[in-house]
Design a protein around this ligand. Structure first.
Ligand code: SF4
Length: 305
């Protein structure tokens, strides 16, 4: 397994509560990674030897600003490339955004700025413009992360995937995946396909993941809410060595035939059609959580506590 990227979900807490959020980010989420846990995770990444980049994400990592800055500094000291994903709520003016970003100059190699109709009432928000301008002033490489609004989704205008939202400023809009809150909040009105057609996972390399997410509870996710171990119980080296994708009770069927195979393997109740593979996968996993709690965690990834 060639694991090169470790994405730290510092918290599931967020000042926003977007309909498309697949980690159920919300102001009501609780918990944050401690400095000691971050240090421990970095040591584990060093021991494994293949990890070369650390991303700091959430939830919204700027909510725990001093922890995030220290985490970026420590990662840089250890030789990791550092990225941050943020909703840019803090970029109220360019001047203020410069102050927020100044401690990250020289540390962060990729500042990923979310802006779309889920976060703001215009695709290219004033916050995103401010954050981009501030990053440019400070020499921090930055780009926008924009999710399309799916055709037919109740309450949203359609924004087509693949089209530039604003030439020269924002990256192309990306299609959303209907997992997490999106599988509950965004499916109404969106076209569906027969469930048997979802016979592969279209997004994750589940047999050899190049990057994984770790949350403040230690869960190591190959996809959000689908875990391969816990770094507070076993080391990353042990988890990676023990990972047997074919034998994993959820990953195995997904590799064999996608979410449809997961339904068939466990004879799960299902509807006739779903919006995408993730929609079927997420709802099937939700049913299986009680049976495989060690692989389908934490509750926060499924809209619970
Ligand atoms: S199909 Fe399942 S495992 Fe693959 S990306 Fe979607 S939710 Fe994740």
């Amino acid at each position: 397994m060639n694991l090169t990227g470790l994405h730290l979900l510092l918290t599931y807490q967020c000042n926003y509560e977007c309909d498309h959020c697949f980690v159920w980010g919300s102001p009501s989420q609780e918990g944050v990674m401690t400095l000691a846990q971050i240090g421990d995770i970095y040591r584990q990444a060093q021991e494994l030897g293949t990890v070369n980049s650390i991303y700091l994400e959430g939830g919204e990592p700027f909510l725990y600003y001093p922890i995030m800055v220290r985490a970026a500094r420590e990662a840089t000291k250890l030789g990791f490339g550092v990225g941050i994903v943020t909703n840019d709520y803090w970029a109220t003016t360019v001047e203020d955004a410069v102050e927020c970003l100044r401690p990250l100059a020289g540390l962060v190699q990729d500042l990923s700025i979310s802006t779309d109709l889920f976060h703001y009432d215009e695709v290219m928000s004033a916050h995103a413009r401010n954050a981009l301008a501030a990053a440019e002033q400070l020499g921090i490489p930055a780009s926008t992360l924009t999710c399309e609004t799916p055709e037919g989704a109740a309450g949203y205008p359609t924004q087509t995937a693949g089209e530039p939202v604003e030439s020269g400023l924002a990256a192309n809009a990306a299609a959303i995946m209907f997992k997490g809150r999106a599988a509950v909040k965004l499916v109404e009105g969106v076209a569906r396909r027969p469930w048997r057609e979802f016979n592969e996972c279209p997004y994750e390399t589940l047999d050899d993941p190049g990057r994984v997410h770790v949350d403040h509870l230690g869960n190591l996710h190959v996809c959000q809410g689908l875990t391969m171990g816990n770094l507070f119980e076993q080391s990353l080296t042990e988890v990676v060595a023990a990972y047997d994708p074919q034998a994993h009770p959820i990953v195995g069927p997904l590799l064999a035939g996608g979410p449809a195979a997961l339904v068939e393997r466990y004879n799960l109740p299902h509807e006739e059609s779903y919006v995408d593979a993730c929609h079927l996968c997420y709802l099937a996993r939700e049913i299986l959580r009680e049976r495989f709690p060690e692989c389908l965690a934490p509750g926060q990834m499924y809209g619970g506590d």
